[in-house]
Design a protein around this ligand. Structure first.
Ligand code: SF4
Length: 377
């Protein structure tokens, strides 16, 4: 039976962080109920597209999904259970920010069927949190992780961020150590990237913030890898680390270029080789779903070379790399022929290596992954 993952986007947050370019909007509380009604309708309509498939994972991402509260989230998850053929061991993740969590909400989420919690901590240092524009303190971050474990969540992921303006290496080391002391099953460690048109972009251009230099940035990443590896976490993707058996199945499917159905404002889908995206703005999404029970705004079937290039870029994010023979068969192309010169060139520069039939990034390639991916476009 084919397997298709499901992504559900909740585009609301308490406020907007200075670095954020995600599809998320603060202060639209009066839209929440209508948004959930629209999601239920879209679920029913578009769920038919994957009626013959098994669903191994559902991921509620955002925004801040936990902001909706247990009642609305349970409604959406119950509709998922009605509409999809859910694997009994399915991974059902929800992203949450510390300030939205409470012991009762956590228990309700577990009762509803969520079994993986991803907490957006970013830092335990109050001054870094303030500079990032986050709504929680370091103490709230610790409490959130402890409360989640206390409520019975066994699979907890913590998101951390390095390369924050003003952050120094010792303080980042403390963040990683503090995260480890909370015994999560999974840690994501992202380097801050300043995206265009965000407040951070303007502040940076005006010289009002400065980022750690490249050497410090690389050192921070290296420190995280060393500390997490040392504590038994497998470095399985450029920014992701898991205890054995706790890789995020939903994201692994995405990096392996597997199929997924995305529901909600701005959500992307990849089904039968076609990429599609819903309208981004939640108000427009509501209007479209009210009229048509779905809100797909664009569709694209990639030509085979681009599809292969995209699959390569995604697959190489995994530290185990990709099996060139499997990918060749999947995309009807000989990878060594199609990409031979590029792969040879990148291998000579020490950025890629072959291990049997697997092609993977070297450590240098991981550090310079953006440059490697540009060459594969
Ligand atoms: S909480 Fe996350 S999605 Fe919301 S504004 Fe901050 S970074 Fe963006």
């Amino acid at each position: 039976m084919e397997e298709v993952s499901v992504y559900i986007h909740i585009p609301y947050c308490k406020s907007k962080c200075g670095y954020c370019d995600f599809n998320s909007y603060p202060g639209r509380e009066d839209e929440y109920e209508g948004y959930v009604e629209a999601l239920l309708r879209e679920l029913k309509q578009r769920g038919r597209q994957i009626s013959g498939a098994a669903v191994p994972s559902i991921f509620f991402g955002g925004g801040t999904p936990s902001i909706l509260g247990a009642e609305l989230l349970s409604l959406v998850l119950s509709r998922c259970k009605e509409v999809f053929t859910l694997d009994p061991r399915a991974e059902i993740s929800i992203e949450a920010n510390p300030e939205t969590l409470s012991p009762s909400l956590l228990r309700d989420l577990l009762d509803a069927g969520f079994n993986r919690l991803s907490v957006g901590i970013q830092s335990f240092d109050d001054s870094s949190l303030q500079r990032l524009g986050r709504n929680h303190s370091g103490t709230q971050a610790v409490d959130a992780a402890r409360q989640a474990a206390g409520a019975g969540f066994e699979n907890i992921s913590l998101d951390l961020m390095f390369g924050v303006p003003g952050q120094e290496i010792p303080q980042w080391e403390e963040d990683v150590e503090k995260a480890l002391s909370l015994h999560p099953t999974h840690v994501s460690a992202y380097g801050l990237k300043v995206e265009e048109k965000t407040p951070f972009d303007r502040l940076l251009k005006m010289g009002l913030i400065t980022l750690p230099d490249e050497e410090t940035f690389t050192r921070m990443y290296t420190v995280a890898v060393e500390k997490l590896n040392g504590a038994g976490y497998e470095h399985y993707e450029i920014a992701n680390f898991a205890l054995p058996g706790y890789r995020c199945l939903h994201n692994v499917n995405y990096w392996r270029n597997g199929p997924y159905l995305g529901l909600g404002a701005g959500a992307h889908s990849y089904l039968k080789g076609e990429r599609s995206a819903n309208v981004r703005d939640p108000a427009e999404y509501l209007a479209r779903v009210a009229e048509e029970s779905q809100a797909v705004d664009s569709r694209e079937k990639l030509p085979s070379r681009s599809a292969l290039g995209e699959a390569l870029m995604l697959g190489l994010r995994l530290t185990e790399g990709i099996d060139v023979e499997e990918y060749g068969a999947r995309y009807g192309a000989d990878l060594r022929l199609e990409y031979g010169p590029v792969i040879r060139d990148l291998s000579q520069q020490g950025l890629l290596e072959m291990e049997g039939t697997r092609l993977k990034l070297t450590w240098k390639g991981i550090l310079l992954s953006d440059e490697v991916f540009l060459k594969l476009l």
